[in-house]
Design a binder for this molecule. Structure first.
Ligand code: ZN
Length: 194
C-alpha cells in the first residue's frame, strides 16, 4: 500500500535505512534516509520503500481578489477566523498562510447585528481575499459569497435552506440564521464544484 504524506524539503529526515529502502528523490547518509528534493513523501509499505514525488507546480499563494473556501474555526463578537482549504477553481494546495479573518463589517452587504446570526463554527464558507499579506483578510459580502454548507449543532445533519438567509434542520426542525451563498444546498460541496 502506498501512503502519501507530508511535504518535505531537501535534507529532511525520512526514516532509517533499516526501516525503508530508498526510492526516487531519497539519499542515504550514515544509516539514515533524507529527502534530496522538495516533494511529497510516499511510503510504500509493501516494498518498504520511501520515495519523493516532486512538487512540480509552482506554489499557490493567496492573492487579492481570489475566491476561497474555508472552514470556520472561531467566531468572536467582531470577527470570525477561517482555515482556508482551497482557492476556488484550483486543485493545488495553498502555500503559506492559511488562516483568514472576516471582520463583522465584511460578513454581508447589509448591517449584521450579531455575527452569530451569519456564521458559526465549522460552517464551510466561500469568501473573497481582500488582503493577502501580512495577514489574510476576507469578505463574505456578495451574492455568491457566504455559507455553502452548515450542519445542525444538535443532530449533525446538513441544514437545508428555508428562506434567503434561513436554514432548517430536516431532523429536529430547528432554524438558524446564516449569511448564505446563493448556491447553498445545490450540492456544490459534495460535487466538489467549489
Ligand atoms: Zn437538528
Amino acid at each position: 500500500m502506498e501512503k502519501e504524506s507530508e511535504i518535505v524539503f531537501p535534507g529532511d529526515f525520512l526514516a532509517t535505512a533499516e526501516e525503508f529502502i530508498s526510492g526516487y528523490g531519497v539519499y542515504e547518509e550514515e544509516g539514515n534516509l533524507y529527502s534530496a528534493i522538495m516533494g511529497r513523501v510516499v511510503r510504500d509499505t509493501e516494498r518498504m520503500m520511501v520515495k519523493i514525488v516532486p512538487v512540480t507546480s509552482t506554489p499557490l499563494f493567496l492573492r487579492v481578489g481570489q475566491k476561497v473556501v474555508g472552514r470556520v474555526t472561531d467566531v468572536k463578537s467582531s470577527m470570525a477566523s477561517l482555515e482556508i482549504l482551497k482557492v476556488v477553481g484550483k486543485e493545488r494546495e495553498i502555500s503559506g498562510e492559511r488562516k483568514g479573518i472576516v471582520h463583522i463589517s465584511k460578513i454581508s452587504e447589509g448591517y449584521v447585528p450579531s455575527i452569530r446570526d451569519a456564521i458559526r463554527i465549522n460552517d464551510f464558507v466561500r469568501a473573497r481575499v481582500l488582503m493577502a499579506r501580512p495577514a489574510v483578510r476576507l469578505t463574505m459580502a456578495g451574492p455568491d459569497l457566504g455559507v455553502i454548507l452548515a450542519r445542525c449543532p444538535e443532530c449533525g445533519v446538513v441544514l437545508q435552506r428555508k428562506a434567503q438567509n434561513m436554514l432548517i434542520c430536516p431532523s429536529c426542525e430547528a432554524t438558524f440564521r446564516r449569511k448564505l451563498a446563493s448556491d447553498y444546498g445545490s450540492g456544490n460541496v459534495r460535487s466538489r464544484k467549489i
